[in-house]
Design a protein around this ligand. Sequence first.
Ligand code: SF4
Length: 101
Amino acid sequence: MNTSRRTFMITIVATSSALSATRSLAQATLDEKDPQAVALSYVGDTAKVDAKKFPKHDNTQLCNGCALWQSKPTDTQGNCALFAGKQVSAKGWCSAWARKR
Ligand code: SF4
């Protein structure tokens, strides 16, 4: 293999690895059993919130309508200021929910 071909192949492998790593991070979804998620009673579906425990909750309260949601309103999953490195469901909810203004 000549030098320029070798350099090209190394570049392709390095780029592919970087893309895979980025994709993996983007796909990391917050698990409801994650200790921080449990601490904030996070659920991936707002309809599953315990109404007895959270009487002020209603099903219109969604992650994508929360002040801490950091992605587009139309994204099905997105970033939350409280769960760095993980994605939460647009239809999710946690006890820190605050209406976006
Ligand atoms: Fe969803 Fe808001 Fe809780 Fe983040 S803080 S998980 S966006 S409800």
